[in-house]
Write a protein that binds this ligand. Structure first.
Ligand code: PMP
Ligand code: GLN
Length: 383
């Protein structure tokens, strides 16, 4: 069709799909795409079955069922020591992905600019471009992916409307310090910018590190959309339920689009999550659950000859492979490791528009110990 013009001419299939498919084809252990290979908590699966049996099978209210929004508000109050209004500040979404897209579509007009920090999660840039807006990229680099906020400041123009941050960061695995948040707040305040804070890995933070949320920072809270994913928090990536927290005026604008993107989200799942959220241990125990898995995989990777990068948060471990395959580009390395060694990972260059290649790949440790052990055994041939 000559009259058809693609909105995203340069977008192909996501790296997560590509690597998961390659892993399946070659029967490799799939540590590429980030998803658990173990069941979620029996309490939440039972609650889902109960919700269906109880007949919660029709449309939910557009912003989410009240019980779930109230449970989210109670969780936020516990985390941030502040009140959040479930009626005007919290919207239940079809995963964080829909929340992110909706925020971007709510804020950006054609010709606007949005700043992202790369390596960046892959959904931000296409969502910005689909609005006819411009992506302004700030590059961060291995090994610690620290943000130089003076560079962010310098990238702001009269057209900038939005800064997108991801804390803890996928794929960098870094977490913001409170000084990072202050620097972000200063820039946002000075230029009257909105912030989209992707905090889907908020609970997956290890050791001495702490997650500093925009919702705990009054200056940022007043100009931020913060997005979360129950897929990450409750090991149920296939349930595709998340939420967006924003001040009432911003939430009201968000909902104008939300109602025409999905109208409402899967009803029985909302009931199950409202029930499961009643017990704070269900999320407070996450670091203790994941940290031993991180350490187990890290040890195996190190023994196999990889150089570990610090993993402060998320359920990913980054490594350099130069000692194993010097000079090889990261995409070729990830394909080789999948096809020849039988362990799939993600090349980090995929998270940079310019393909910046620091010879770093990402492994997911949200797996059963037996799966991690199988991967470690396969990787041991590299030594
Ligand atoms: N943001 C980041 C940083 C992610 O890693 C992911 C996915 N894993 C998402 C957003 C999307 O979350 P969801 O699966 O709830 O759409
Ligand atoms: N967020 C997951 C990851 O980083 C994948 C999500 C997806 O496949 N879209 O691996």
């Amino acid at each position: 069709m000559k009259s058809f013009v693609s909105k995203l001419p340069n977008v192909g299939t996501t790296i997560f799909t590509v690597m998961s498919q390659l892993a399946a084809e070659h029967k490799a252990i799939n540590l590429s795409q980030g998803f658990p290979d173990y069941p979620c908590h029996p309490d939440v699966t039972q609650a889902l079955m109960d919700a269906v049996a109880a007949g919660h099978n029709q449309y939910a209210p557009m912003p989410g069922i009240p019980a779930l929004r109230q449970a989210i508000a109670a969780k936020l109050a516990l985390q941030h020591g502040a009140a959040f209004d479930p009626d005007t500040e919290i919207t239940v979404t079809a995963g964080a992905t829909q929340a992110i897209y909706t925020v971007i579509a709510t804020v950006l007009h054609a010709g606007d600019e949005a700043i992202i920090l790369e390596p960046a999660y892959d959904s931000y840039a296409p969502a910005i471009e689909a609005q006819g807006a411009k992506v302004v990229r700030i590059g961060l680099s291995a090994p610690d992916y620290q943000v130089d906020w003076s560079q962010v400041q310098a990238a702001v123009t009269g057209k900038t409307r939005l800064i997108i941050v991801n804390n803890p960061n996928n794929p960098a695995t870094s977490v913001f310090s409170s000084a990072d948040l202050d620097a972000l707040a200063n820039i946002a305040d000075k230029h009257d910018l909105l912030v989209l804070a992707d905090e889907v890995y908020e609970h997956l933070v290890y050791g001495e590190n702490r997650q500093h949320s925009v919702l705990s920072h009054p200056a940022l809270r007043s100009r931020s959309f913060a997005v979360y994913s129950f897929g990450k928090t409750f090991h149920a990536t296939g349930w595709k339920v998340g939420y967006c927290v924003a001040p009432a005026m911003l939430t009201s604008e968000f909902r104008k689009l939300h109602q025409f993107l999905v109208f409402s989200v899967h009803t029985p799942t909302q009931h199950a999550l409202a029930h499961h959220l009643q017990t704070p241990a269900h999320w407070q125990g996450l670091p203790a659950f994941f940290e031993p898995k991180r350490d187990m995989l890290a040890k195996g990777l190190e023994k196999a000859g990889f150089e570990l990068l610090p993993s402060q948060g998320t359920y990913f471990q980054l490594v350099r492979y130069d000692a194993i395959k010097p000079g090889l580009d990261d995409v070729s390395f990830a394909r080789w490791l999948t096809m020849e060694v039988g362990v799939a990972c993600i090349p980090v260059s995929a998270f940079y528009a310019n393909g910046q290649d620091d010879h770093v790949v990402r492994f997911c440790f949200a797996k059963q110990d037996a799966t991690l052990q199988q991967a470690i055994d396969k990787l041991s041939v590299l030594r």
